[in-house]
Ligand binder design. Sequence first.
Ligand SMILES: C[S@@+](CC[C@H](N)C(=O)[O-])C[C@H]1O[C@@H](n2cnc3c(N)ncnc32)[C@H](O)[C@@H]1O
Length: 288
Amino acid sequence: MLDLDNRPLLKAESISVRFVLFNRRETIMSSDDRANRARASDLLARRIEINRSFSSGDFDGWLLERLAVKPGEHVLDVGCGTGAQSIPFAGMVGPGGSVSALDISAASIATLQSKIPAGSRVQAVASDMADLAGVIADTFTTKQYSLAQSSYALYYCDKHLHVLDVMRGALKPGGRCAIFTTNRPHGLVDLAARFSEIPPEVEGPLRFGPTVLKPYFENNFIRYDVQHFHNVVTVPSTDILIEFYRQTTYYDANAEEKIRAVVDDEVKRSGNYQYEKNGYLIIGFVGG
Ligand SMILES: C[S@@+](CC[C@H](N)C(=O)[O-])C[C@H]1O[C@@H](n2cnc3c(N)ncnc32)[C@H](O)[C@@H]1O
């Protein structure tokens, strides 16, 4: 083995260098680890719980009010997770409507299925959204939708423009397509960026609304609306913030102690740590 100056290392040095390199590799997430983390059902459930507990804005209520789902409507939910939107949709569409939900995580789909209210028409399928066209053609009973929606999910798929084409193509005349995405400014990402490199898989989604969705909607719908969700997260303790940070796709163990120190100072000074976490909703309409 060679050292950084290409000198041969003594055996003891070699062992300690290998140990350091091994530890370093353990603390830095690969793209695959990040994708797995984005899909993990248990991490998703805990992130939702923490967000709901400490956010100034009621995201679920805000989104559902804007999507204004009516009885009898047929809804497609792409990247449905454990059902944060699908389950309320099931109640809103009533027995005359339906919800077709898809997520790549089989565990999340199983959780969603366990929550489906009796008597409602919800079909939930584990599949990659890149294969949405095939799932609509071969598996979903409903083929045409009044609303096709995806929240906090579309940017995880490399083929998001193809998925948008499929969602748009599956709309009934007069139907709407709604995509919600995270958006800048994001205080926790900004804090993490002071001590670690933020991976492109995280930076991309934070600019996804204005840079990818807006041009697509401008070119492919007869009309579209953009609405901004403003939210302040107030975390009462350093441990809770660190627990949340550990479940994010931008977690870096090398940055944890530095982040802990900054948050600790602020919690001691003002009793909590606050950061902005914003969102971007775009709704496009097709001709009637
Ligand atoms: C942050 S969660 C959002 C879930 C839900 N819409 C909500 O708001 O709670 C992102 C979801 O996208 C799913 N996902 C990621 N990549 C996907 C893909 N290629 N196809 C389908 N679902 C995917 C994950 O499994 C996860 O459930």
